[in-house]
Ligand binder design. Structure first.
Ligand SMILES: C[S@@+](CC[C@H](N)C(=O)[O-])C[C@H]1O[C@@H](n2cnc3c(N)ncnc32)[C@H](O)[C@@H]1O
Length: 212
């Protein structure tokens, strides 16, 4: 697992956060054992933070951009009310197939609709002002585009949570396409009066944004 803080502090935060459900632990364990890019999985601290946001905000309809093996999707789905919905978008058929298997094994899986394909195309098919909570966690160069789409899809007062906004510190001196995508996104959000926002140093940086 990639570390963003000294290992002892990461462990300390982990130990002082609620334990995820057994299925979430299984997803994390199997992803670590079987997947080449396992550090992409959000993990206990950030995942539980997402759950808290969903519960505190009272979100009913959620959207995720970037499913991977389904960890954060199931975190969000567990926190949604019984009539809640989550649309999660994933371009990789392999990732989608793995995630779908876990959704089948969860009583909260029936809340989740997985759309396979490039996320921008998938988002296009969704109605404006149809969701309360968006988690952006896919390809970094498209973050500015995902942001605009998310604002279109959110109801007033809805929340965007964007992951990896520090990109391991590379946003300070963005030289590659991923870093530049995130840096453009971060600056755009900062300068955008349509939202209020706070950048949090949780894990690899989370931008918490509320549509006015
Ligand atoms: C960081 S991982 C998501 C991790 C997941 N949210 C979690 O915490 O378990 C990013 C995912 O976005 C997917 N992805 C990359 N580009 C995409 C695109 N254009 N449309 C949809 N998904 C994309 C990748 O295949 C990968 O599974």
């Amino acid at each position: 697992m990639k570390l963003f803080f000294p290992e002892n502090l990461e462990r300390y935060a982990h130990q002082h956060s609620s334990a995820p459900s057994p299925l979430l632990d299984r997803i994390e364990r199997e992803t670590m054992n079987n997947m080449p890019d396992a550090q992409m999985l959000t993990g206990r601290v950030e995942g539980t933070f997402l759950q808290m946001l969903v519960r505190i905000s009272g979100a009913r309809d959620a959207l995720e951009i970037g499913t991977y093996t389904g960890y954060s999707a199931l975190m969000i789905a567990e926190a949604l009310p019984e009539d809640g919905t989550l649309v999660t978008c994933e371009v990789s058929k392999q990732h989608a197939q793995i995630a779908q298997g876990y959704f089948h094994d969860s009583p909260h899986g029936r809340k989740i609709g997985l759309i396979v394909g490039p996320a921008l195309e998938s988002l296009n098919s969704l109605g404006s002002e149809s969701c309360d909570f968006v988690f952006i966690d896919a390809d970094k160069p498209r973050y500015p585009l995902y942001y605009e789409e998310s604002l279109r899809l959110l109801r007033a007062g809805g929340i965007i949570c964007a992951d990896n906004v520090f990109w391991s510190g590379k946003v300070l001196d963005p030289e590659d396409e991923d870093s530049r995508g995130i840096a453009v996104f971060n600056d755009r959000v900062r300068d955008d009066d349509r939202v209020c926002k706070v950048m949090l140093s949780v894990r690899d940086g989370i931008y918490l944004i509320q549509k006015r």
